[in-house]
Design a protein around this ligand. Sequence first.
Ligand code: NAI
Ligand SMILES: N[C@@H](CC=O)C(=O)O
Length: 370
Amino acid sequence: MTTRPSTGRRGARLPDDAPNPTHTTTHAPDRLEHAMTMPTSAPTPSSDPAALRVALLGAGTVGASVARLLGERAELLAARAGRPLELAGVAVRDTGRVRDGVDPALLTDDVEGLVERADLVVEVMGGLEPARGLIERALRRGVPVVTANKQLIAQQGPQLQAVADEHGAGLHYEAAVMAAVPVMAVVGESLAGDEIASISGIVNGSTNYVLDLVARKGVPFEEAVRQAGELGYLEADPTEDLEGLDAAAKIVILARTAWDLPVSMEDVQRQGITGLTDADFEQAAAHGSVIKLVASAWRSAAGGGDRVEVAVRPVALPQDDPLAQAREGTNVLIVEARSAGSLRLQGAGAGGDATASAVLGDIVRAARGR
Ligand SMILES: NC(=O)C1=CN([C@@H]2O[C@H](COP(=O)(O)OP(=O)(O)OC[C@H]3O[C@@H](n4cnc5c(N)ncnc54)[C@H](O)[C@@H]3O)[C@@H](O)[C@H]2O)C=CC1
Ligand SMILES: N[C@@H](CC=O)C(=O)O
C-alpha cells in the first residue's frame, strides 16, 4: 500500500513567514497589486463622537469578511451595540494591495498607532507576535479585545486574561474555537451551573474537509488540501491543521473553560492526519467506517488527582456515528454534562464569513460591556 507523501511534499510544512501558495489562493483580491501608491498610515476618518472606534488588525480571510460585514450591517450592529461602530483603521502588512470589501483609505501599516487610537481592538492577524504584544497593549489601556487567534489563546490565554482582569478590559475569543458555532458561550456561560464530564468532536474544518473528500469522493489527499486552502479554511501554516495543532489549541481552550484547571498544549496527546495511508482509508471503508480527526477532553482522577486529559487523533468511526456524518468544513462538538445530558453543537467551523459571524457577536458583546 502506498504511504502518503510526507508533509513536506504536500508543501504543508512551511516556515512561519513563508508565503504559502495553498493558503494565498484564498485571497485572490489580495493578490491584485495596484499601481497606485497607498498611504502607509491611514488618516483618521471623520468621527461620530458617539461611535466606538474599532481597530481591525489583519485583512485576510477573516479580517476582510469582518470589514465588509461591519459596513453591510452597520445599522443592525449599532442598534445591538447601543452606539455606532466605526472602523477606525485596518492594519495589514502591505497597504498597496486592495482587499475586497475593505476601504483602501483605512489600510495602515502603523499597527501600534492604530491600537492606540481605538476603543475596541479586533485581532485577526494570527501568529503569536506581534499579536500578543498588541493585544496586551490594548488591554493595558482598558480597551476590550476580540480575537480569533486560537494558538495565542491556547498558549498565552491565562496571562492575557490576567492583564484584562487587572485593567477591567474584556478579552473575547468565541471565533477562536469552531468559528460560527457558539461553543465558548455554551461551555463557558450556558453550562456554568452544570458539571461537564467530557467534550469531544471535530473542531478543525480543513482536516474534516480533506478526510471527507478523500473518503467520500476519492479526491487525492493533496488536491483536497489545495481546495481547503482555496476555501479559506487552512491556517497560514497548514501544518497547524494537518498535524493537529489547530485542533489541539481548540480543545485546550475548551477544556480550560469547562473545568477552570490548568491545561496546556504540552498536555495534548496529539496525532495529525499526515501519517494516514491509502491503506488506512481503504481499510476503514471496507469496515463501513469513516476516519475523522477527533479532539477530546475529559476529567480524570488518574493518579489520585483531579486533572484533565486532552487528545487529538484520527479515529475510525462507524458510519452512523454523529461525528462520522460531518461533511466538508462542518464541525461537531458533543458535550456531556451531568444535568444537561448530551448536547450536540454543529455548524461551519472555518471560513471568512462564518468566523466573522462569531467576531461580530463578540464585538457587540464587548461594546455592550463598555
Ligand atoms: N480562516 C479561518 O477559517 C479561521 C481563522 N481563524 C483565525 O483567525 C486569524 C486570521 O486567520 P485568516 O484570516 O485565515 O489569516 P490570513 O493569513 O488570511 O490573514 C492574516 C492577515 O493579517 C495580516 N497580518 C499578519 N501579520 C501582520 C502584521 N505583523 N502586521 C500587519 N498585518 C499582519 C496579513 O496581512 C493578513 O491580512 C488566525 O488567528 C486564524 O487562526 C479562526 C477561525 C477560523
Ligand atoms: N484552520 C482552521 C480554521 C478555523 O479555525 C480550521 O480548519 O478549522
